[in-house]
Design a protein around this ligand. Structure first.
Ligand code: XMP
Length: 326
């Protein structure tokens, strides 16, 4: 639309003026906001931007590939992918407590990002260039929720850290600061990002790590990844992606129940479907999905995912339940 075009033009001009001939880096999470912010900055300054994507091994099926292929294809951005799965999974080994998991994942993420940042700065510095800018996909609601400018100061102290020279100061580039989510999606569309990125449902930073109730390991992640992929496939096929806010699939890794398949007894794990509708994730209601869709998801998961022999539906609103289980 005309307004979206003018937002893009305005921001491109503003970013060019702010960054000048220096370099910028941007952490990509796979989510809509960082993708659209990166695409805008890429349009403005091209190869002066480098994106960093940390694969923590807790992503869903196809997600890392989507960033690597679709995003790069749509934008031509320079992308540095850091494979950090070993590091995250080692740090998470044996940990079941949700808060502890979150803290570990957050800590490792920052360490890896810092390391990648330092490498990029060193590379650019060797070429006589100055990396001065950090791109963030901060939206208007983020700014408001964190009380004006204070939230961005937090984000800055998170990413602008030790390991880097004392005198190195990143200035933030936040082209989405005045926009709401739906406007961000329109800008993404205008920039030619594929629907798979622009229309993505929210997915938590800690990824599948907080969707396994119990300790996280590779085998459990593989089970959950398969079950989640089936649920997503069927919801998409049924045309329900825009009706639901998101549908976490949760593996109850420490629970087993008896089942029967063919002539044999099984003793496997349940997965929980958690489809919700929401405006802003502050409150949510469980989605009344059509029974035939639920039935297809259940049949396919129990047939196709080894060790999962039961599918249950979470019919709790938020409050009292949160959207995620951890
Ligand atoms: P809850 O579970 O608190 O989730 O009802 C609300 C929304 O936030 C997402 N979520 C997160 N997103 N990092 C994120 O980027 C996180 O640590 C995190 N925890 C929850 C959740 O998926 C839902 O959309």
């Amino acid at each position: 639309s005309w307004t979206t075009t003018s937002i893009v033009d305005e921001q491109v001009a503003a970013i060019r003026e702010q960054v000048g001939s220096k370099r910028a880096i941007c952490g990509l999470s796979g989510g809509v906001d960082s993708a659209v912010a990166a695409a805008l900055v890429q349009k403005a300054i091209g190869t002066q931007l480098t994106c960093v994507y940390v694969d923590h091994g807790l992503m869903r099926k196809g997600e890392t590939e989507q960033v690597e292929k679709d995003f790069v294809a749509a934008t031509g951005v320079q992308l540095k992918v850091v494979d950090a799965a070993d590091r995250f999974l080692d740090a998470l080994a044996g940990v079941s407590d949700p808060e502890q998991k979150r803290k570990i994942i957050g800590r490792e993420f920052i360490r890896v990002f810092e390391q990648a940042q330092a490498e990029l700065v060193a590379e650019a510095g060797a070429a006589g260039e100055d990396v001065a800018f950090l791109v963030q996909g901060t939206l208007y609601p983020d700014v408001v929720e964190s009380g004006g400018g204070s939230g961005t100061a937090n984000i800055k102290s998170h990413h602008n850290v030790g390991g880097l020279p004392e005198d190195l100061e990143f200035e933030l580039v936040e082209p989405l600061r005045k926009l709401f989510k739906d406007e961000v999606r329109m800008v993404g569309q205008e920039l030619g990002l594929p629907d798979e990125i622009v229309q993505r449902q929210p997915f938590p930073g800690p990824g599948l790590g907080i969707r396994i109730v119990g300790a996280v390991d590779r085998e459990r992640l593989d089970l959950l990844r398969e079950a989640d992929a089936i649920a997503r496939e069927e919801l998409t096929a049924a045309g329900l992606d825009r009706d639901i806010w998101q549908c976490p699939v949760v593996l109850l890794a420490d629970v087993r129940s008896v089942g029967v398949q063919g002539d044999g007894r099984t003793y496997g794990h349940p997965v929980v479907l958690r489809p919700v509708s929401s405006e802003d994730a502050m409150t949510a209601d469980w989605s009344r999905l059509p029974y035939d869709v639920l039935s297809r998801i259940s049949t396919r998961i129990t047939n196709e995912v080894r060790d999962v022999n039961r599918v249950v539906l979470d019919i709790t609103s938020k409050p009292p339940g949160t959207i995620e289980w951890e």
